[in-house]
Design a protein around this ligand. Sequence first.
Ligand code: BMA
Length: 399
Amino acid sequence: MKRLIIQLWLFALVVITGCSKDESPNTSGEDPQPNENPTISLADENATEETRALYANLWAIQQEGTMFGHHDDLLYGRNWLAEQGRSDIQEITGDYPAVYSVDLAEVMDPESALDPYELNEDRKRTIIEAFERGEVITANAHLNNPATGGDAWDNSGDAVTKVLQDGSQANIKFKRWLDNLANFAQNLTDANGVQIPLLFRPFHEHTQTWSWWGQNSTTEAEFVELWRFTVDYLKNEKEVHNLIYAISPQLDGIGSKETFLFRWPGDDYVDFIGMDSYHGTNTSAFSSNLRNLSQLSREKMKPCGVTETGIEGIRNDNGEPYDNYWTQEILPAINDREISMIIMWRNEYDPEGIGHHYYAPFPDHSSVPDFMEFYESSETLFSSDLPEMYKPVSGIEVN
Ligand code: BMA
């Protein structure tokens, strides 16, 4: 919001001093300025009206601030599991996150058991709830290895090579998973029958080696083909038109703008440039990467965001609680940057408090006072701060 106010002041100044647009130094072939009327393009030329509107809003909101998101926020929290309306963030602030992140691996492959609980019905319910409150939904997928039957972290068996062999067992299995996703997305509707748009983030952290789609398990050409095959199959064969496609390389240490383009599937196949960042307390790397990310976003005219981040247990390097993490580590890095969202990783359901697998605060956590300051900052956007994300933005055309 702060930036919008500054822009309005600058605009008022221009009007008062009688400087016409033609005299403005920004119209002489420099980078397009944020307040010019841009045209942005989706990979899916037949995307639904609400999907296009969401895309325009993801672009526009970068000027306003950064939406706060939390993975699995509406599905479970530190002390509760699948209870309608609950959210660790809401129980602290009275407001829900602006972005709800979910994992659709079990929807795509119901035989895989990532969770110890059956949560697919609750995934659907919570996505609808989030949409009805006007929040943004993003989905990644820790899909099992389609060649070996191992989990997403099983990077053996040349899975991508096999998926790309038309008619192979892995190919048939992978297409079945995409069919399940298509069926889920097409039937994901609100009370008025409107299909809910999803920011789909497949094959995340492909810069890393842990997954079967990771950098040691595929070639660049194979990764690009896998990505394109997935997009083409969903939009052309299955006629799914409520997906926005997000790529999300992982950058923990300092990178360059080019790092984001690692195994880039092509401008026509990527809508949103994400970044997963487990940089711990390396704030300067985080901050520098965000500067590069927002510059790349402007160059490519594609919205961007931090699709996963956080420190497990919100602790310092010495293991002590890091209670001002929110205002010290996160806020300065997003301040005045054009980054649409920042998503914290999940708070594992752990009612006995045995482990530390949580990345966002929950009631009575020692970082709550600092988180409230972060919440109240004009830079951060939560559910109640959002404009109508599924209504077109005047002046922004989506192709
Ligand atoms: C990891 C951990 C795991 C989880 C997986 C997929 O980072 O949170 O516990 O199973 O992501 O959500």
